[in-house]
Design a protein around this ligand. Sequence first.
Ligand SMILES: Cc1cc2nc3c(=O)[nH]c(=O)nc-3n(C[C@H](O)[C@H](O)[C@H](O)COP(=O)(O)OP(=O)(O)OC[C@H]3O[C@@H](n4cnc5c(N)ncnc54)[C@H](O)[C@@H]3O)c2cc1C
Length: 370
Amino acid sequence: MRRLAIAIVGGGMAGLACGLAAARAGADVRIHEAQAVPGDVPSHHVDVVPNMLRDLVRLGVGDACVRAGFPYRRVTALSQRGTPLLSLDAPRLAGPSHPAALGMVRADLHAVLATAAMQAGACLRYGVHVAGLAQDRSGAMKVLDTGGDGMVADLVVLASGGAGALRAQVFGSEPVAPASNEWLYFLARRPYGLDEAIHAATGTGERVHVVPVNSSIVGVRLSARRPLPAVTPESVRAAMARFPGALGALAEHMDASQPVVRRLIRPALLDAPWTRGRVMAVGDCAHALPPHFGQAAAQALEDAIVLGELLRPGRAPADVAQAWFERRHPRVKQVMSIAMRAAHWDEAPDIDTDFLRLSRELDEVVRTPA
Ligand SMILES: Cc1cc2nc3c(=O)[nH]c(=O)nc-3n(C[C@H](O)[C@H](O)[C@H](O)COP(=O)(O)OP(=O)(O)OC[C@H]3O[C@@H](n4cnc5c(N)ncnc54)[C@H](O)[C@@H]3O)c2cc1C
């Protein structure tokens, strides 16, 4: 039987993971990525939370991620004086032979996924911008790309990120969600003994989350109550100095060769359905989750795992897309609703919202694999 030809648009985490899962399931996969250089992603960390690590293991790349990252097992919240308020053990959802969670440099995670996808047989094409999709008389999709060799695909997986002309072409334009918040990410020298995830807040509303990513570096995520007027090493240092102890000094030891990465938070779900015939939207293209509870990339991996499970020989491509949507939509909506309650609380804390309870609610949902 002929192998299903799958074109993936976008080589971010969603596209790479879908490429890996689909190639493992026996499809003929080509990933089109507009960036010219593999791994040319902003320099920051990814907090690989327990369900995300479990799903990296399910994708067969758990060990490679553990080798490239820094395992941690606990999240500690510090008081404004720097003393521990609360320590929670992260659940070991990836099983007894893997750690609970990891910090990783984003480019390392991309490299692990890209290598595994290629080893599984996927073809990765960099520097290829997909400008459009056209359906031929047989129903197959022609990929109109700058490379010019125009793959003809049975199924197109749109993993092109949170917005963009191609998504608008396929799904219609949707208003770009207003940015609710700005978070800053940078890498810094790891203070001695910082070997778990640390969360802290100041009396004036800044929050910081720090995760070790290797033996010498930590990833820092800073959210200020109001966006900094200008993001410079000085302004970041001044904002960080409001935190107690070693946290306050982290920006003094920023990796000077890497810029601070700004992330404007624009949470949004693409209007249902996330499919148009043989085209399906995955990752941030379908669901840009807020960063609370670290579910944005985790849900992109779930998209990939479910896609891989549904690719059975002889199954019609549009049926795969439809079945995929039916499984993914309710789950992502549930995760989004919990994460959004956390995001609202983060912007305007109220006494009725119990953040810990939300975190447990989320854990209950994602503890069961997609
Ligand atoms: C600073 C920062 C920190 C983050 N930290 C975390 C974290 O700790 N935990 C977490 O869960 N999530 C995190 N996220 C979110 C997470 O990175 C995304 O949810 C995840 O990567 C899935 O993204 P994606 O692959 O769908 O889209 P993207 O990462 O946006 O990738 C889309 C890709 O498609 C390519 N592309 C777009 N259009 C075209 C086209 N027409 N032709 C060809 N290629 C195209 C782009 O070049 C890009 O490489 C973070 C995001 C940012 C920005």
